[in-house]
Design a protein around this ligand. Sequence first.
Ligand SMILES: NC(=O)c1ccc[n+]([C@@H]2O[C@H](COP(=O)([O-])OP(=O)(O)OC[C@H]3O[C@@H](n4cnc5c(N)ncnc54)[C@H](O)[C@@H]3O)[C@@H](O)[C@H]2O)c1
Length: 449
Amino acid sequence: MQFLSEQENSSAAVIGMGYVGSAVAGVLAGEGVDVVGIDVNPSLVAQLEQRRCWFSEPGLPELLYSGLDSGRLRVTTDYDLVSGVDVVIIAVGTPVQDTELVDTYLRTACTELAPRLRKGQLVILKSTVPPGVSRNVVAPLLESGGLKVGEDIGLAFCPERLSEGQALQEMRTFPIAIGGFCPDSAAAAAAFWEQTVGVRTITCTSMESAEMVKLASNWWIDHNIAMANELAMLCGALDVDVLEVIGATNTMRKGSGNVNILLPSVGVGGSCLTKDPWMVWRAARDRDVELETIAVAREVNDSMPAYTVDLITDELARTGRTLAGSKIAIFGVAFKNNTGDLRATPALPVVTRLQQGGAEVAIFDPLADAGEVKKIFGQAPVETAREALSGADCIAVLARHDQFDDVDFVALRDAVAPSCVIIDGRAYYSRETIDRFRENGFAYRGIGR
Ligand SMILES: NC(=O)c1ccc[n+]([C@@H]2O[C@H](COP(=O)([O-])OP(=O)(O)OC[C@H]3O[C@@H](n4cnc5c(N)ncnc54)[C@H](O)[C@@H]3O)[C@@H](O)[C@H]2O)c1
C-alpha cells in the first residue's frame, strides 16, 4: 500500500514538542508544511502559544513564532488532531535509567495514537531507541487501534542527529537515515523528507539498522571525546598543547575522510551522549555481546569534572592558596558552549566538588535560566560578570558563550585577586590570548594545555 499522498504540501503532527520536536515542527512549518505540535505538557503548549520558547537554540524561537503567526503551526494537547494529517512524527523523550530504556513516554504516545490513526498515514519515529523497539514495541502498540502496520499504515524510524547550537542548520543539511517497516514505508518517509526539508535520504535495509545508525553516531562521539580527554591529560603532564597536537593530527587522511579527534573538555553532558551509549551497551548485553569500550569511555568522560577541580587546586597551590577560602568565578554552567541547557551538565560536579573543598563559588551564565540554576546548583547565579569576578582567585570558564567575548578579563584585572587563575574548561583560547593573560598577571591552565 502506498502511504502518504502525492500532494505537494503535506501535513504533519509532531508528538512531543520538546527540544527535538520543536525544531522538527519549526523547520517543517517553515518549509510550508501544515504542522500540529502535540505535547502532554499544557504549560509548554500555553507558553508556545504566548510566543515563549525556553529552548536556547539560535533561530528556533523566531521560526516557531513565525509558524504560529502564519497559522502553519498549531500547538495543542489534543491528540484528536492527528486524524487530519498525512504524517505523524514521534519525538517524545526516551531516557535511560540504570542502562535500561524508560519507554513510558513512547508507549503512552503510541497508545494515544493507535485509536486515532487512519488508513494511508505514515508514522515516523524520531526518538532515539535501542535496536528492535520500533518493530517490537512501537508497531504492536500502533496496531492496537485495529490498523495493520505495513498494510494500513506506514512506519519508519528516522533518527534525529542534530546537535544543540547548530540544530536548524543541521536539520536542513544532514542526510536523513531511514529504516522502514516495509519498502513502502521507507519510500514514503524518503519522499516526505525530500519533498519538505529537501535533504538527501539514506534508506537502510531495516528499522534495526537505522536505529543502530543513531546509536553508533553517539557511541563514536562519546568514545572519541574520551580519547581526546585522555590525550589532554597526557599532554598536560608533558607541557604540550593538546590543541596543537589535535590540530596537526587531524590533517591526516584516513578512510573516507580525515582523522577527526574531537575537543577535550571539562566533561560530557546533555541528554544524549550520557545515555545513548548505555542503550548500546544494554542492547549488546541482552544479546550476550559484552562491549568494553562504552563503559571505559563513559568513565573517562565522567572523570573530567574531578580532573578540572584538581587543575584549579594545583594552580591555586602554586601561589600558596588553598581551595578552602578561595573564591571561584564560574563562567558558563551549561553543558555546551552557547546553549543554556543544564541537562547532565558537568559543571554541576565541578561546583559541588569546589564547594565540598570549602571554596566560595559565584555562578555567571547569561544563557541559563536563573531559576533552573538555583534549582540544580542550590544557589542563584549572579547577574553580571563583574559581580562574579569581584575578588575571584580563579575564573573557571566551563562553557564559553559568545556573550563572554564582551568580558575582557585583562581590563577587569583590578576586580580580581592578584595572580588570579584562569581555567579553560571549554573556551579553547588562542595562544595569543593565553600570552596576553599571562603578561597581565593571570595564571592560565586549560584541559591539556
Ligand atoms: N536533545 C537532543 O539534542 C537530541 C538530539 C537527537 C535526538 N534526541 C532524541 O530525541 C528525543 C526527544 O528528545 P528531546 O531532547 O526533545 O526531549 P525533551 O524532554 O526536550 O522533549 C520531550 C517532550 O515530549 C513530551 N511528551 C512526553 N510524553 C508525551 C506523550 N505521551 N505525548 C506527547 N508528548 C509527550 C514532553 O512533555 C516533552 O515536551 C529523545 O529520544 C532524544 O534521545 C535528542
